[in-house]
Design a protein around this ligand. Structure first.
Ligand code: HEC
Length: 249
């Protein structure tokens, strides 16, 4: 609606300007004056129209003369005779072959577009003519496409069994998944140093303390607020000081 408002405002202003100025106008009575041709070249014109309520011919003439005008002229608006035409030498008739040639050229000019339309609408086995091929033809298989070369018919190839991406070898289950043997690990996978402990404290303070509390009792600020709201959906964090293997909460 907003854009239509802007559009119609612009159109109304434009068409209204034309209508109120009585435009387009191909002729104006002033053009009849021989002297008017010098306007904007080396002369300045002042026009006082007779429909002005204060118009009175003798006074207007006297006024303009008092201003020091070079020439004062009365231009009739009502006359309808056109401007005198500049005489032109008569046109020579065209040679006889021009019209047939034009007709042939007109017919021929439809040929390219007809051929293109035919090529576009018919099926053929040969490849299309490509004047600028760019990268239009790319003989490759796209992801998740079919490919009959492989037994499973897929273009995507799974990595060779046992392949590991660089830097992704997470062999140490104790370290990466917290699993020791066939159960959850209860020891640390690395020897603890003051630096590791400080780093752990910092991470815990950032990511875990809001719920679990700085001491791990489950009394973080999120828990405090959730308990206060008492919406009935909050599961309080368990105390991290109780070991899971004890089976106690
Ligand atoms: C948005 C709040 C929130 C944050 C943050 C949070 N926890 Fe928890 N955590 C909980 C809740 C709630 C439980 C209990 C879930 C349950 O019993 O179903 C829980 C349970 C646990 C348990 C299991 C304890 C048990 O005895 O079963 C561990 C371990 C744990 N969180 C560790 C962490 C660590 C480590 C972090 C930081 C990396 C962390 N949590 C961050 C809310 C949180």
């Amino acid at each position: 609606m907003f854009e239509l408002t802007v559009l119609f405002a612009a159109l109304t202003a434009f068409i209204g300007m034309l209508a109120m100025n009585a435009l387009p106008s191909h002729h104006h009575p002033l053009f009849r004056s021989e002297r008017f041709r010098r306007a904007t070249q080396d002369r300045l014109f002042i026009t006082i129209e007779s429909r002005d309520p204060n118009y009175e011919e003798t006074r207007v003439r006297a006024f303009l003369e008092a201003l020091g005008s070079v020439h004062v002229e009365r231009v009739e608006a009502g006359r309808t005779e056109p401007m005198p035409r500049i005489p032109m030498p008569p046109l020579k008739p065209l040679p006889g072959w021009v019209w047939p040639a034009l007709a042939i050229l007109t017919v021929l000019s439809f040929l390219p577009i007809t051929l293109i339309a035919r090529e576009r609408s018919t099926r053929v086995d040969r490849p299309r003519i490509q004047i600028i091929p760019d990268m239009d033809q790319q003989p490759k298989f796209k992801a998740q496409a079919a490919n009959a070369i492989f037994a499973d018919g897929r273009a995507d190839r799974p990595p060779v069994a046992g392949a590991v991406a660089r830097g992704e070898a997470r062999i140490d289950d104790h370290f990466y998944r917290g699993i020791a043997g066939d159960r959850w690990a209860e020891t640390f996978p690395m020897t603890l140093t003051p630096e590791i402990l400080r780093r752990g404290q910092e991470r815990f303070g950032i990511y875990c303390a809001p719920c679990h509390g700085l001491s791990g009792y489950g009394d973080g600020i999120v828990n405090v607020r959730a308990e206060r709201l008492a919406e009935g959906t909050w599961v309080p964090p368990t105390s991290l000081t109780i070991r899971p293997s004890w089976g106690v909460r």
